[in-house]
Design a binder for this molecule. Structure first.
Ligand code: ADP
Ligand code: MG
Ligand code: ZN
Length: 470
């Protein structure tokens, strides 16, 4: 008999990502897109939902939608249709959102092994600002509505449930963000809400084919929180199943500060929204020329960039990916490589591990440091210290080496230190002469301690062997 508590569970995750498009104007009117401006200063009768107005689709938004679909390897529908998704809420003055339903613009794509179910166009809602204590009206907490966001063009990307851990979900979402950033279709700023990720998650006994009941974590606004939230939810679901209970389908909020999960609402069904075709809009029927234009506008994407780093610069797959999937660091690496092409692996290693994005180090300075190592002017040990200074304060590596006495120990200075280390480690010398070669480590270690890591290990070994005639 199977013991329930010993059972292994497999998480199953699908993501829904809302991407605000970086067009100049809104999806169906000419109002300017904005963030952080005075409330209700970028509105018109269309995005305020006045009766009798007519929507006009934003051509650029459709082009961006096509670029996203093509970049994700989707099929483009020859005639996709706008629908009204009906719901009442204060952020939605029309009482419906124009979205796409059964015929989305893009369907059936794939990115890094995760299938993309669909990507469709829609409009964003207005923003509710909860005024809290200070905004009390008649003793109640007040909320106000800012319609500047209402009508902002969105592409919603929906994956198949192909992801199997919280960490994988966060890493994939990072790759998607970098892909969108490279496309130039969105600011992809999670703090400002231009990229919003919902995580759908269920668990099932390992080896089982049918899906478990899922819950949805809404609007995770950082990849770290997405990962933490999914992990917390996976643990919660496991707890329920192990006690013989059943997971309920619902939408949850994850509190970043406390780590608590709370229920927002039980799940709504598609029929709750009374979808029907938007009578004021014709289908989107992209011409061949529009599709070709969109295809031509797609630059090198992060996955292809990672492959190029691996192939052309001989980088290990993981550092190639780290650089390419974190676009800023990839740019830094390429800028530095242009200055110093001799040792891409060391350079990549430093950019990934020692130069956090936004640090004071410039690509030129890091490139120069790699050259100093290549020339034997600075040891790899001392270079780490130079990097710390570069990252914290910036500056010129040569100057930092001079100011702090970090230059590689060499010549007579190093010779004297090696002689002393040999004299103090007679036992080790004996062993080396007897053929126990690894005993040389003790002498090298003594030299490194004496030089505080400023000597080159290979050089030190060579000197020792020369001197003891081994
Ligand atoms: P809904 O109708 O609740 O919106 P969908 O079938 O449209 O559900 O899927 C929404 C998202 O949830 C998709 O990303 C999908 O991959 C994911 N998903 C669907 N079912 C499951 C499940 N059982 N476990 C995990 N994720 C799921
Ligand atoms: Mg959904
Ligand atoms: Zn408007």
């Amino acid at each position: 008999m199977e013991v329930a508590s010993a059972r292994q569970y497999e998480p199953v995750i699908g993501l829904e990502i809302h991407v605000q498009l970086a067009t100049d104007t809104k999806m169906f009117c000419g109002c300017e897109l904005s963030f952080g401006l005075d409330p209700n200063t970028r509105t018109c009768p269309v995005c305020l939902g006045h009766p009798g107005v007519l929507p006009v689709p934003n051509r650029r938004a459709i082009e961006f939608g096509l670029m996203i679909g093509l970049a994700l390897g989707c099929e483009i529908a020859p005639r996709s249709i706008f629908h009204r998704k009906n719901y009442f809420y204060p952020d939605n003055p029309k009482a419906f959102q124009i979205s796409q339903y059964d015929v989305p613009l893009c369907s059936g794509g794939e990115l890094a092994g995760v299938r993309v179910h669909r990507a469709h166009l829609e409009e964003d809602a207005a923003k509710l600002v909860h005024a809290g204590e200070s905004g009390r009206i008649h003793g109640a907490e007040a909320s106000v509505v800012d319609f500047n966001r209402a009508g902002t063009p969105l592409v919603e990307i929906v994956t198949e449930p192909d992801i199997h851990s919280a960490a994988e979900a966060a890493e994939w979402a990072r790759l998607l963000r970098e892909t969108l950033r490279a496309l130039g279709v969105s600011d992809v700023n999670m703090d400002e809400g231009s990229l919003r990720v919902d995580g759908n998650v269920s668990i099932r006994p390992a080896g089982e084919a049918t899906l478990g009941v899922k819950t949805e974590l809404k609007n995770m606004n950082s990849f770290r929180f997405l990962e933490r939230g999914l992990d917390a939810e996976i643990a919660r679901q496991e707890g329920i199943l192990r006690e013989g209970g059943q997971v309920e389908q619902e939408t949850l909020h994850f509190d970043n500060r406390t780590g608590a999960l709370s229920s927002l609402r039980s799940k709504e069904e598609a029929h709750d929204y009374r979808y029907f075709p938007e009578p004021d809009l014709v289908p989107i029927a992209p011409t061949e020329a529009m599709i070709e234009m969109a295809r031509a506008a797609i630059p090198e994407l992060p996955l292809a960039r990672a492959e190029r780093f691996e192939r052309d610069h001989d980088l290990p797959a993981d550092s190639a990916r780290l650089l390419a999937f974190r676009g800023e660091q990839g740019d830094f690496f390429e800028a530095a490589l242009a200055v110093s092409p001799s040792d891409p692996r060391t350079l990549a290693n430093y950019v990934v591990n020692d130069v956090p994005p936004g640090s004071a180090a410039t690509p030129e300075a890091v490139a120069k440091l790699v050259d100093l190592i290549g020339a034997g002017t600075v040891s790899r040990g001392a270079a780490k210290e130079v990097l710390e200074v570069l990252a914290a304060e910036g500056g010129d590596p040569e100057q930092i080496v001079a100011d702090r006495g970090l230059g590689a120990a060499g010549g007579d200075e190093l010779g004297a230190i090696v002689d002393q280390a040999i004299a103090e480690n007679a036992g080790a010398v004996e062993k080396i002469r007897e053929g126990k070669d690894q005993a040389i480590g003790a002498i090298v270690g003594a030299v490194m301690r004496q030089t505080k890591g400023r000597a080159d290990g290979g050089e030190v070994q060579k000197l020792i062997r020369e001197r003891i005639g081994a």
